[in-house]
Structure formats: C-alpha cells, structure tokens
Design a protein around this ligand. Structure first.
Ligand SMILES: [Ca+2]
Ligand SMILES: [Ca+2]
Ligand SMILES: [Ca+2]
Ligand SMILES: [Ca+2]
Length: 508
C-alpha cells in the first residue's frame, strides 16, 4: 500500500463518528468522571482528618492505620454510582459555570455554536484528581454556547506555528485540520515543559469562543494552559488573555485564576467574549501523565471584522471531503496549478453577499443529461456521490444559469466531481447580460490554452477537483447569466457538475 493510499484510508475511516451506541458511552464517561471526582474529594478530607489524629496520638498510629484502611474501603464502597453532585467536595466554586454563556443584553441574533464532537474514547485510566484547583465535571453534556449568528470556526485549515517546530509525533497542521478523534495519528506531540502554538486566522476576527482538545484518550489535566489573542504574530499589539490557569505564573503571562480541567471529547470551551484578534496562541506545560504537550484540535469561533473597505472573507459551506486512491500522473497535463498544502484563501467580498444562484434555472447544450438533471446544479446539495451528480455528454458542453435579474457578482464557486481526483479541460466561465451571450460578455476564467473551444486562448491553470471546489473571483462584475464550459476530463470525455454557486448582491 502506498503512503498516499495509507493516508487516504486513515482519513476516510474516521468519517461518520457519533453514531447511536456512543451516546451511552458519553453518559457513562461523564458519570464516571463525576463519580471519581467526588470519591477523591471524600478520600482527601478523610485522609487529612486522619493525619491530624495521628499527630495527636502517636501511640495509636498502628491501630488508626488499620482502622483507616477499613474505613477507606467502606468509604469507597459507599460512594455509590449515583451519588449526587451536592455531596461533592469543596471544589465547586468557579466551575459552576464552566461554559461561557451569552452576556445579558447582547440582544437578538444569538445562535448556539454547532460544535461537532469527536467520539468519546473509553479508557479505564483513573482520573488524577490530586491536581490543585481542579474544575468539577458537569456530569452531563455541556450546555449550548450562544454566539452571534453566522459565527464559524475561523481556525479550520489555517496556518499554525509552534515553539517546537519539530513535533515528536505528527505535524503542526493537524491542530487545525478538523480531525479531533482520540486515535493515534490524530494528535501532535510537542516537546516537554512550556510550549505554545499560534494560529493565524488570516484576518481580524471578533472571537467568541476557543475550543481546545489537547488529548482526550485519557482523563488528563494539562498544566499552565493559557490562551491569548493578538493583532500581530509576535503578540505585541492588542494582546488579550482569555484563559490562564498558570496559578504560579511559571510561564510569565501573569498569575492565572482559571481552574485546571480534565480532558474529554467535549474539549475545553473558553468564552472569548468577542475579543478582537487575528492570532490565537495557546500555552501548556506538560500534563498529569507526562511532561509533553499535545494538541488534537483547536477551534476558534468568530466572525471576520470587515477590512478598511468593508470587505470580509467569502464563507463557503464545503461538502465533506472524499478521497479516492485513483492514481493519475497530473504532471502530464500542461499548465497545472501547484497543489496547495493549506486551504485556499477565499476572496474578499462585501458584507451581505449571498449565493444568488440557489434554486435558479439552468439550461445546457446537453438537454438530456446522462446522469441526474440540470436543476441539481443549483439545488445546494454538493456532497460527492452518484446521487448528487449531473453528467453531460462527451466533448465540449456548457451550462448556463439565469440569475433572474442583474447582480453584482463577486465570486463563482464550482464543484464538478470532487469524489474523484481529476482535472477538467477547457474550463471557461463567462458572464453576460443576455442569454445568448452577446451583450457585455466577460470571461472570468479560461484554461483552454489552445483555444479549442473558440472563446480565445486561456491562461488560467488546470486544477484538480476537490471538496473545496474552484472559486473564481469576479470582483463585483454586473451580469444576469453565468455560463460554464468544459470538455471532458483526465478520466473520460464526459462533463460533470455537482453544484455551482454565484455570490453576489442585486445590482443597483
Ligand atoms: Ca486535528
Ligand atoms: Ca505554573
Ligand atoms: Ca483546449
Ligand atoms: Ca447540486
């Protein structure tokens, strides 16, 4: 099996978590954490009473130790599975509201964050509760966290750097790759003692929450966890600390007053209260199991702050990535786009730009598609798979979308066939004022380098289909009709579409 095949398998086998039987696991895991927490607290109080008695009566030491052993056995046995949280030890202040809930007076427009949780992993490792200032587990699911509508995970696929540039296990990019399962191959291991990682959101955001999963395969506690946001990569301007449990200021960011907490599949959700920043840095220095530092995933929920021109990053809803082991020598195709390691940087668009192609009428040079029907090109479904495909005949074919009126168009996103790794030929995208493409015709993209389609020789590059689609920057051009051409692909002569989106605003 090639290395590529192996990584494909690794990625695909993790898709589709969170199925039914796991909800019982979650309940059991929560219950177990709370029970262990309560039990440890009782034992701690008992032991301190015991010590006082031993100090007062040294001659009775042996008797007391024997009695203590018996009492401990009884105490453990009495800590019944459903012992109530009220019976818990003293460490409850401060953890009563571990989830940052919305501040009163933020008004309408709040919505619960949709945080997709990884599968809980059950390992019978007892939780180490000797950690000072440890947050009490909730014993139930974390309540929803409300944030302004339209808040999204701005960290997904964004670049990360680290104080340890050569991790012991994994690579730094895994911190924002969307995979948060507690399995080998899904976490990064950084060197010992204090280390930090910095995520570049690539634009200023109002940050409402940071969710971090260090390593949730065991109920560990990480030390000196601190999270900061800043306007610059060196953390000099506008630095804000949004979490800090470094109680003795050993990492030097100030004495942290937040509590230690135990890793779970829910991750740690930190209320960032809308703080503004482009860079988010996370510190830690070892954990209850070892001196090393781990990250499985970090999510930063926020919204972009418009730039000086009031522009924001275009937000696309991406379909699920699907990988195939189809092997093709793309170096044989001329003028190929260089594959990107990180996700594509989206174009900047005015606030309020929407997909104006959704549900709009589509016509084609091939009136009877081989697979599917033309409406599916604008039906908003864009997952990979036969049910979502429209396949047109062989050779040069085009589809035309009528937006139903004039729009200022800022971007066009095209998913042809991202379930298979292939390259389409003679991809041309045009817009026009009329359906015959005679008035105000503008070519926005053209990779027909030999002008075989007759629309002029194009200079744009060939690209491989992926779940990210192809996004073409249209810079606010006014038009009513959008036409897309293609002429077969690297596998066969047919022309496929899964979805086309046109981002715009009604023209004034
Ligand atoms: Ca990850
Ligand atoms: Ca410390
Ligand atoms: Ca051509
Ligand atoms: Ca579709």
């Amino acid at each position: 099996m090639s290395k590529l095949d192996h990584s494909f398998k690794g990625l695909t086998c993790r898709i589709g978590v969170d199925t039914g039987f796991r909800s019982a696991h979650k309940t059991k895991l929560r219950w177990q954490m709370l029970w262990v927490f309560n039990r440890t607290g009782r034992r701690r109080r008992f032991m301190s009473t015991l010590r006082r008695r031993i100090m007062g009566s040294p001659l009775a030491r042996l008797t007391i130790i024997l009695a203590a052993a018996a009492a401990l056995v009884i105490a453990v046995a009495l800590a019944a599975p459903y012992s109530s949280p009220q019976a818990a030890p003293r460490l409850e202040a401060g953890s009563a509201n571990p989830v940052g809930t919305p501040q009163a007076g933020q008004g309408d427009g709040l919505a619960p964050l949709k945080i997709k949780l990884p599968a809980p992993v059950f390992v019978d490792t007892p939780q180490d509760n000797r950690v000072a200032n440890l947050e009490k587990p909730l014993g139930r699911a974390r309540p929803p966290f409300l944030a302004p509508a339209g808040t999204y995970n701005a960290a997904l696929g964004k670049p990360v750097c680290s104080s340890d540039e050569e991790p012991i296990i994994g690579d730094i990019g895994m911190i924002t790759d969307g995979d948060k399962e507690a399995v080998d191959g899904s976490y990064v291991e950084l060197g010992p003692f204090a280390q930090h990682v910095t995520i570049d959101l690539e634009a200023e955001h109002n940050i409402y929450a940071v969710v971090v999963w260090h390593y949730h395969k065991q109920p560990r506690v990480y030390f000196d966890v601190a999270v900061q946001a800043a306007g610059d990569p060196d953390f000099i301007t506008n630095v804000r600390t949004i979490f800090n449990n470094d109680g003795d200021n050993s990492i030097g960011l100030g004495v942290g007053e937040d509590m230690h907490y135990t890793e779970t599949n829910e991750g740690k959700l930190i209320d960032a209260k809308g703080v503004r920043g482009r860079y988010v840095r996370l510190y830690s220095s070892g954990n209850t199991a070892n001196d090393l530092n781990h990250y499985t995933e970090v999510e930063v929920y926020g919204k972009t702050v418009g730039d000086a021109n009031g522009l924001v990053e275009l937000r696309l809803e991406l379909p699920r990535p699907v990988f195939t082991s189809h092997v093709f020598d793309f170096s044989r195709i001329p003028n190929m786009e260089k594959p990107r390691k990180s996700r594509r940087k989206p174009p900047m668009v005015p606030v309020g730009v929407k997909n104006v192609a959704a549900g709009k009428r589509v016509v084609s040079t091939d009136k009877e598609p081989l697979v599917g029907n033309l409406e599916q090109i604008t039906d908003a479904a864009k997952e990979a798979g036969d049910n979502f495909l429209v396949e047109l005949g062989g050779g040069l074919e085009s589809v035309t979308i009528d937006l139903g009126g004039g729009y200022d168009i800022y971007a066009i996103a095209v998913w042809r066939d991202h379930g298979l790794c292939k390259v389409y030929f003679d991809v041309v995208v045009q817009v026009a004022e009329d359906s015959d493409f005679t008035a105000n015709v503008k070519t926005l993209f053209n990779n027909d380098i030999d002008n075989s389609a007759g629309l002029g020789a194009g200079k744009d590059k060939h690209y491989i289909e992926t779940f990210e689609g192809k996004v073409i920057d249209a810079k606010g051009i006014e038009a009513r009709y959008v036409r897309l051409y293609s002429n077969g692909n690297s596998m066969n002569d047919f022309n496929r579409y899964i979805e086309v989106e046109v981002y715009g605003k009604p023209a004034k």
